[in-house]
Design a protein around this ligand. Structure first.
Ligand code: DP6
Length: 314
């Protein structure tokens, strides 16, 4: 039997991925930008065992067996195996590639509650299987086929997912634009206000948006400029611009229309109700105590986590 265990981080998008041009290959309509979070607090841990004695592939997520025939799971497992078969040293006949797999994955945070669990989950699954089968090199294009946002969790620090233009998706992958050490003052508070599964999955939500939304067309026409501005803001450590674009992106996703002045903190929401707040480290004590004072007594099950941004250490 062979075994590998890895942990994988969550990433929070500041330019959001919302809408696909190819559902099967998970190719996005727009490029996106994200920040990978420290994985001591929020992470997926995945162990994969391969054995000639296993009779079938199986997967357990947070202790519950899931359907291994899920098309996305099958897509990433076959893609990693295909890449392993391509390696000249092993040739086509490595029998270990035919051993059945037992995959055990657990999140230490609410799953499917809009906290990028699928990103950490698929990023970690692909990385762990690649480690087990000794596959080296680019993995973000494979993680993307499990869940789009997962391609960004393969890298630490500040990450862009280039949408790509090729029909086969070969140029739709993530790349690091700056390591975590680039902007160590940038901090994140995650406010977990609900651990309930979100009402609409991102997959379904973006499908409906693509089919019905006029706003999406407008959004896409101005997005390249926004993405460039965001990249510049990150490179120049310009918190004001970073914060404004982050909130506008979150608002657009939730179709709100607020105006924000004197920016000391920036919020972003993915598809669920839980807030992610960016601020400079000098502001953390003030916001932490404000949130604790006004927010926690009202809502017993709310938790707060202060996370530095860090190198991803899968
Ligand atoms: C709002 O990556 O979960 O978090 O590709 O269908 O699995 P699928 O969607 P998913 O969508 C994430 C959407 C988002 C924004 C983002 O992370 O960029």
């Amino acid at each position: 039997m062979q075994c590998a265990t890895c942990t994988g981080p969550v990433n929070i998008a500041v330019i959001k991925y919302w809408g696909k041009r190819n559902e099967k290959l998970i190719l996005p309509l727009n490029s996106s930008v994200s920040v990978t979070l420290h994985q001591n607090e929020l992470r997926t841990k995945t162990t994969i065992a391969a054995s000639p004695n296993f009779t079938k592939d199986q997967i357990w997520l947070n202790g519950v067996e899931e359907d291994i025939n899920n098309s996305r799971l099958q897509a990433v497992i076959s893609a990693v195996k295909r890449r392993a078969r391509k390696r000249k040293s092993d040739g086509e006949t490595n029998p270990r590639l035919n051993w059945k797999l037992h995959i055990v994955s657990e999140n230490n945070f609410p799953t499917a509650a809009g906290l990028a669990s699928s990103a950490a989950g698929y990023g970690c699954l692909v990385y762990t299987l690649a480690k087990l089968l000794n596959v080296k090199g680019e993995l973000s294009d494979i993680a993307r086929q499990g869940s789009g946002s997962a391609c960004r969790s393969v890298y630490g620090g500040f990450v862009t997912w280039d949408k790509g233009t090729n029909e086969d998706g070969s140029d739709s992958k993530a790349r690091q634009i700056a390591p975590h050490t680039h902007w160590p003052e940038l901090s994140v508070l995650i406010l977990v206000v609900s651990d309930q599964t979100k009402h609409t999955s991102s997959t379904a939500g973006m499908q409906t948006t693509v089919e019905t939304s006029e706003l999406l067309k407008q959004r896409l026409s101005g997005l390249q400029t926004k993405e460039d501005q965001m990249t510049d803001a990150i490179m120049n450590k310009d918190f004001k611009t970073f914060a404004e674009i982050t909130m506008k992106e979150s608002n657009q996703l939730h179709a709100y229309n607020n105006i924000h002045e004197d920016v000391k903190v920036s919020y972003t929401f993915d598809a669920g109700p839980n807030a992610c707040l960016f601020m400079l480290d000098s502001e953390v004590p003030r916001f932490y105590s404000l949130v604790k004072h006004f927010f926690l007594p009202e809502n017993g099950h709310t938790t707060i986590q202060g996370l530095p941004i860090t190198e991803q250490t899968l």
